[in-house]
Structures are given as structure tokens and as C-alpha cells.
Design a protein around this ligand. Structure first.
Ligand code: FES
Length: 148
């Protein structure tokens, strides 16, 4: 079990209590490991990882600035979604993607990997990030409309 898994296990709620989840979210914020991004000038993308970090599981999550990003490979394409569940903030990418679906650790809400759409609650959706693969790295556009 790696450090990220240990942190998420420690933070997992023991019940569905909203109050408890809010306390856990604030604990999570103080434990977040933030990576200093490498910035590409003028194009709004930041290098967040080497492509090799996708091995061996085909997915990983990483905090960059205020974003917890779930990066994964699907049908040979690298994609990125928010790793923060819109239900109560659980880790969407804790488990391995199965048949194109991520299942949140905390209450098992299911999300379609290709779109971020929640299959459990139609009113919820994960943010998707634009991705660029260059120089052996994965670059993510954190700001949705850079330059505007
Ligand atoms: S936090 Fe409840 S399903 Fe993700």
C-alpha cells in the first residue's frame, strides 16, 4: 500500500454523516502532498508527471496546486478527471477503473471514465482536464480558459 492509499484509508468515513465528512475533508486538505508543477510558457499546460507513472496500473492521482487529478489510460488515450467526488469529496480513483467506470471509495458512486458523468446521480459530474503528452510527460491544463 503506497502513501496515498494509506492517507485515503485513514480519512475514509465510518458513516454517511455529513458533519463527519466535512471534518474529514478539512483533515484531507492539511495532509495533501502538493507537487510543484513545471510550467510551459504561454500555453496554459503544466507538466504533472512522467508518462511512466501510469505503469503498472494505468492510472494514478496527484495533487497539483488545489487540484486532485486522476490521470488514466483508456483505449490507448491518456485522460484526466477530478479525483474529488462531488458527493462528499471521496477519492474517485482509489480503485482501479473497471469496464470504463470508476467507483468512489466512500459511498460507491459510479462515474463514467470517458465523460466524468455520474451513473449513480445524474446531477453530478467530475471535471475533466485537457491533457497533452509531450517530452515523455503528462501536461494538464488546470485553468479552463487560460488567457481569458
Ligand atoms: S464521497 Fe460519497 S460517493 Fe464519493
Amino acid at each position: 500500500m503506497d502513501r496515498a492509499q494509506q492517507v485515503w484509508e485513514a480519512l475514509a468515513p465510518s458513516s454517511d454523516s455529513c458533519r463527519e465528512s466535512e471534518q474529514i475533508l478539512s483533515k484531507k486538505g492539511s495532509l495533501a502532498v502538493v507537487t510543484e508543477p513545471e510550467r510551459a510558457p504561454g500555453i496554459g499546460f503544466q507538466r504533472i508527471a512522467d508518462v511512466s507513472e501510469l505503469e503498472p496500473y494505468g492510472q494514478f492521482s496527484k495533487w497539483v496546486d488545489d487540484h486532485d487529478i486522476l490521470v488514466f489510460r483508456q483505449d490507448g488515450e491518456i485522460k484526466a478527471l477530478s479525483n474529488i467526488c462531488p458527493h462528499f469529496g471521496g477519492p474517485v480513483g482509489y480503485h482501479q477503473m473497471k469496464e470504463g467506470v470508476f467507483t468512489c471509495l466512500w459511498h460507491n458512486y459510479r462515474f463514467e471514465a470517458s465523460t466524468g458523468r455520474c451513473l449513480t446521480n445524474e446531477h453530478l459530474c467530475l471535471r475533466s482536464y485537457k491533457i497533452k503528452v509531450e517530452d515523455g510527460g503528462i501536461w494538464v491544463q488546470l485553468v479552463e480558459n487560460p488567457g481569458t
